[in-house]
Design a protein around this ligand. Structure first.
Ligand SMILES: Nc1ncnc2c1ncn2[C@@H]1O[C@H](COP(=O)(O)OP(=O)(O)OP(=O)(O)O)[C@@H](O)[C@H]1O
Ligand SMILES: [Mg+2]
Length: 238
């Protein structure tokens, strides 16, 4: 199958001593859903900035089949319009999509994230979860084939997490390539075809979710998502 993203020996340095990514190589297939795990500071967000072209690698070769859409962890910083309808229109207008198609495209995008009834209220009144959904609608309207989500579950309640997962399943069924940066594996690993783990800027695992849960993930500061809770006394992470 064709690649959507390919990294060959990518290194990102911010100063002579500060390496954020070290000699990273991997491929992401078109239409796959890839989860990138790793502790705080392991390099997930830097990886996203490189793949999306917002930063340049210090060394190595990066190939993408098309420009990715990004959903940032702090979705509020991504809102460009006064209302959800205006916000979702910005991308298609900038991309010079045919003017008469834009209103319907915006409606469809808002509908698929269940924000149509809030299309014309001030965007600042949306809750955190709704702002995240608005960011997704903006990406949908730009018709990107590759979509990267940075910590999409941060601050979301249980129904909102389920909403994000329904959206991810929908994107996958539409053949989009999805890259999910998260450490909340218990919420999403079942969706993944491909799993990558970063530790301190190095790629330490590149395989399937099934293979990953069989190895001691704690060595990379990741809690094995198959660890069970059976009693109240289990409900503490140590
Ligand atoms: N613009 C920058 N200048 C200098 N160092 C940076 C810059 N951006 C990131 N870094 C460093 O690169 C490393 C990786 O950061 P990154 O934000 O990618 O981590 P992360 O895996 O996304 O962490 P988190 O789970 O906390 O979001 C960190 O040590 C960070 O301090
Ligand atoms: Mg990050």
């Amino acid at each position: 199958m064709e690649n959507a993203v390919k990294l060959e020996n990518i290194t990102k340095k911010f100063s002579s001593t500060k390496f954020s990514l070290i000699d990273i190589s991997f491929e992401i297939k078109k239409g796959s859903l890839t989860i990138v795990g790793g502790a705080n500071g392991s390099g997930k967000s830097v990886l996203m900035m490189l793949i999306s072209g917002l930063m340049k690698p210090t060394e190595g070769k990066l190939t993408v089949s098309s420009k990715p859409g990004l959903v940032f962890q702090d979705a509020a910083t991504q809102i460009l319009g006064d209302t959800p309808r205006e916000d979702v229109s910005v991308g298609p207008k900038n991309l010079r999509f045919c003017k008469k198609d834009i209103p319907a495209l915006v409606e469809d995008s808002l509908k698929s994230v269940r924000l149509l009834e809030k299309a014309d209220i001030p965007a600042e009144y949306l809750s955190g979860g709704e702002k995240r959904r608005l960011a997704v609608a903006s990406i949908l309207a730009m018709k990107r084939d590759i979509i990267i989500f940075d910590e999409p579950y941060a601050n979301l309640d249980y129904p909102a997490v389920c909403d994000v997962n329904r959206l991810l399943e929908q994107l996958k069924s539409e053949g989009k390539t999805v890259i999910l940066l998260t450490h909340e594996l218990e919420k999403c690993l079942a969706l993944a075809d491909h799993f990558l783990i970063l530790q301190k800027g190095s790629l330490v695992f590149d395989g399937s979710p099934e293979e990953a849960v069989k190895i001691p993930l704690e060595q990379w500061a990741i809690r094995n998502p198959l660890t069970k809770y059976e009693n109240v006394k289990d409900l503490i992470w140590k």
